[in-house]
Design a protein around this ligand. Structure first.
Ligand SMILES: Nc1ncnc2c1ncn2[C@@H]1O[C@H](COP(=O)(O)OP(=O)(O)OP(=O)(O)O)[C@@H](O)[C@H]1O
Ligand SMILES: [Mg+2]
Length: 449
């Protein structure tokens, strides 16, 4: 099972409009600074989020839920993004919009359970026997390729590895020798070979070799010390979903050709759960409950809510963070009106964080930060105008006008956005209220459903 595991290389992130956010901007006492790490104001919510991050890191939040509630554009998604930054890359954080559960490819509850399992990590510790050192000798024994005699391939190779204290010579198979060639590994490289699987990893160029050949910007590493052959401990985090996938795939050869997104049998998940529990009992793995952030929660229907409520009771459940900008509204799929359109029995179990509308000055600072992040210079009156738009229309609309206004400035060959550029952009692009007014006005002329 283990060899199918892959490390989570980069976390899936939705940056774009939240790229200026680096963290929650709190001090050691979990007090929010006025402006820090890209966040402005909204102090109570940020401080609450800070406590939650501590609880999550301490493993005390699993299976619980949080709701971030507040009017549109008050930073709910921004705070969730900040939470993910604070958690670091070892704790899974999955960001979805509730609409993503509905697709033609799989049942919505299947999509939800798969997403929940992407938010649960398993930290696996493994001790493996490796050969590690700088290559000080590598001689290929070349023979004609049996399928194409004009070509030569290595039949075997002699490899000498050295550490600061040890030196050993091995005879390696043709298969491994070919790997060396393909990966461009040569004398002077520091490598690690997994003795059992033969997997080779190049660590970098040895400092000694780089001095000798002046190799420019190759990764320079120290020559390892100790024995060439040693036991090494490796740790990596995979998600339950990764394990499900790996196990489902081995089920049938036909799955190789099927589309990427597909349903996974419950038996596969149960087998994975049992395996993981066994690893945990044996001390070979640790469960790392991460966060599933579901934005635009009002798009979840009663069935999804019921399913999620039940899944949260399981011992392998992630922390769920929901965000809603709805007041009292109908629970989707029913005629029941509930706060935020969320069933009461679920709501009852959630910790709730609220966000409040921003002051004029806060809006101004957020626009300034966004402009700086996008490399846009604003004149004073352009900033004032955008602030007014942010107050009267919405913060998001003001932020969205930055890019077109910048284009107009460029057309004037100016590096700085002026008041006129902002006005020109705001005349061409309307905000939601204006566009609804437009729809009302021309209703009878538009195509009906
Ligand atoms: N306190 C803040 N500090 C800095 N930037 C912020 C802050 N609050 C919001 N923003 C930025 O303002 C924009 C709108 O905020 P965001 O999308 O987080 O609002 P929201 O509450 O999620 O709105 P909706 O209910 O419409 O989803 C985003 O670009 C966000 O990064
Ligand atoms: Mg949002």
């Amino acid at each position: 099972m283990v060899s199918d595991i892959r490390e989570i290389a980069a976390k899936f992130e939705r940056i774009g409009t939240h790229s200026h956010i680096r963290g929650l901007g709190l001090d050691e006492n979990l007090k929010a600074k006025d402006v820090a790490e890209g966040l402005v104001g909204q102090k109570k919510a940020r401080e609450a989020a800070g406590v939650i991050v501590r609880l999550i890191k301490g493993g005390k939040m699993a299976g619980r839920g949080i709701l971030i509630a507040g009017p549109p554009g008050t930073g709910k998604t921004a705070i969730a993004v900040a939470i993910s930054k604070e958690l670091g890359k070892d704790i899974p954080f999955v960001h979805v919009a509730a609409s993503e559960f509905y697709s033609s490819e799989m049942k919505k509850t299947e999509a939800l359970i798969q997403t929940m399992r992407k938010a649960i990590g398993v930290r696996i510790k493994e001790t493996r026997t490796v050969l590690e050192g700088e290559i000080v000798g590598l001689d290929y024994n070349m023979v004609p390729n049996p399928y194409n005699p004009t070509q030569k391939i290595p039949e075997s190779a002699t490899l000498t590895l050295a550490t600061k204290d040890d030196k050993r010579t091995f005879s390696v198979s043709g298969r491994l020798a070919l790997q060396f060639m393909y990966q461009g590994i040569e004398v002077g490289d520091v490598i690690v070979i997994d003795k059992e699987t033969g997997r080779i990893a190049k660590v970098g160029r040895s400092e000694k070799a780089s001095k000798k050949y002046d190799l420019g910007n190759a990764d320079i590493v120290e020559i390892p010390s100790g024995k060439v052959e040693k036991e090494k401990e490796f740790t990596y985090v995979v998600t339950l979903y990764d394990l499900d996938e790996a196990n489902a795939r081995r089920g049938s050869i036909f799955s190789l050709f099927s589309a990427e997104s597909r349903e996974i049998d419950n038996e596969v998940r149960e087998a994975v759960d049992d395996q993981v529990k066994k690893w945990v009992e044996e001390g070979r793995a640790e469960l790392v409950p991460g966060v599933l952030f579901i934005d635009e929660t009002h798009l979840m229907d009663i069935e999804l809510f019921a399913f999620m409520n039940r899944a949260m009771e399981s011992e392998m459940a992630p922390i769920i963070i929901l965000a809603s900008n709805r007041g009292f509204s109908k629970i989707r799929g029913t005629d029941i009106v509930a706060p935020h359109g969320i069933p009461l029995d679920l709501l009852d179990r959630l910790l709730i964080i609220t966000t409040e509308p921003y002051t004029k000055d806060e809006i101004k600072t957020i626009i300034e930060i966004r402009a700086a992040e996008s490399g846009i210079m604003l004149s004073d009156d352009a900033l004032e105008k955008l602030m007014d738009i942010g107050v009267q229309n919405s913060l998001r609309y003001a932020i969205q006008l930055l890019a077109p206004a910048h284009e107009y400035a460029k057309l004037r060959n100016s590096g700085k956005v002026s008041l006129e550029d902002v006005e020109r952009a705001s005349q061409i692009f309307v905000d939601v209220t204006q566009s609804s007014a437009y729809l009302k006005k021309w209703e009878e002329k538009m195509l009906a459903m």
